[in-house]
Write a protein that binds this ligand. Structure first.
Ligand code: NAX
Length: 318
């Protein structure tokens, strides 16, 4: 039984951190485990970070250990068991996708180098900041001493969105559903698949599969348009689910996490690709590599893989 864990959150003065930190410190991720917290953001956010720390103190969480804040990953990544990467460069008006990729690639290069220098050999990483898959790949490239299976990116929000939409479409409770899978990139090319899914143990079809796929692919934009702001507490909730299931294991269903490919399903090895994953507990997992895919699914996997290859090329040209 784990007595305490040291967890770093980057982008800690940002929106998702503000929803995620309370979940972490109230025991909803690791249960009754003491958490030593490291909060990283850029120097400009120093005062805002102080405010976050004040609020953490004011919650009087029984589980809180020591807290450190700062802007230097080489200081804050030391001794961490887990790092949640929420910090990134936002897409500003008029900015090209290429510029966004490269700005973030630079951040993840620097953080990967810091991990390589000061990180624990078995630190676990969850990349949320966009482009999440490619940021995760860059991070892993510069932190070669850490096992490749320790790098993951978040596609759990997409998975949760898919479960919710299927439950609504079939008018079934969420817990009757299993094995809905998100394949590929956390972007509009992702492939939310019901090919291996069941409802009450039975496979099913949707009234309009095309509409379902497109809805999940574009759900982030749908929320943004309605709220005038991106997804925040649903994202924090998905980070909680991702870490909790990765840590504890889940027997009852396949889960979706972005992980570094070893070539499963013909995907280029090394890409960070969202796959069907069986979480085995104690942060162990396996990629389920033997599902039968229809031609339709194979074609969808190709599209999202091609986008990831292109992103990788752009990120590498920094
Ligand atoms: P915010 O802009 O509110 O917060 C980001 C924080 O990162 C800011 O406080 C900023 O100062 C900080 N930051 C920037 N550069 C940094 C650096 N080099 N080191 C440390 N911190 C740095 O964004 P928020 O709404 O919290 O979203 C965080 C990230 O999650 C964004 O990149 C966003 O695109 C991404 N998302 C990913 C999702 C996923 O499913 N993978 C869904 C939700 C979200 O859109």
């Amino acid at each position: 039984v784990q007595q305490s864990l040291t967890v770093c959150v980057t982008g800690a003065a940002g929106q998702i951190a503000y929803s995620f930190i309370p979940l972490l410190l109230s025991g909803q991720v690791f249960g009754q485990v003491k958490i030593n917290l490291r909060l990283l953001d850029i120097p400009k956010m120093e005062t805002a970070l102080k405010g976050v720390v004040m609020e953490i103190e004011d919650c009087a969480y029984p589980l809180i250990g020591d807290i450190q804040t700062g802007s230097n990953p080489k200081e804050l990544f030391k001794n961490c068991d887990l790092i949640v990467f929420l910090g990134g460069f936002p897409r500003l008006p008029g900015m090209e996708r290429k510029d966004l990729l490269q700005k973030n690639a630079n951040i993840f290069k620097e953080q990967g180098e810091a991990l390589q220098e000061v990180g624990k050999d078995d630190v676990k990483c969850v990349v949320v900041a966009n482009p999440a898959n490619t940021n995760c790949l860059i991070l892993s490239r510069y932190a070669t001493k850490i096992p490749r299976q320790n790098f993951t990116c978040l596609t759990r929000l997409d998975q949760n969105r898919a479960y919710a939409q299927v439950a609504l479409a079939l008018n079934k409770p969420l817990n009757s559903l299993k094995n809905i899978i998100i394949w590929g990139n956390h972007s509009t090319t992702q492939y939310p698949s019901i090919e291996h899914a069941t409802a009450d143990g039975q496979s099913f079809v949707l009234p309009d599969q095309g509409q379902f796929i497109e809805r999940i692919q574009k759900r982030g934009a749908e929320v943004l348009n309605a709220r005038g702001n991106s997804s925040v507490f649903s994202a924090a909730n998905a980070v909680k689910d991702h870490i909790k299931d990765w840590f504890n294991g889940r027997e009852d269903t396949l889960l979706s996490l972005g992980v570094l490919s070893n070539g499963e399903y013909g995907v280029q090895s090394g890409l960070c690709f969202s796959y069907p994953i069986r979480c085995l507990g104690a942060f162990k997992y396996e990629i389920v590599g033997n599902l039968e895919l229809s031609d339709f699914s194979k074609q969808k996997l190709k599209v999202t893989e091609e986008e990831l290859i292109q992103e990788q090329g752009l990120a590498e040209s920094i």
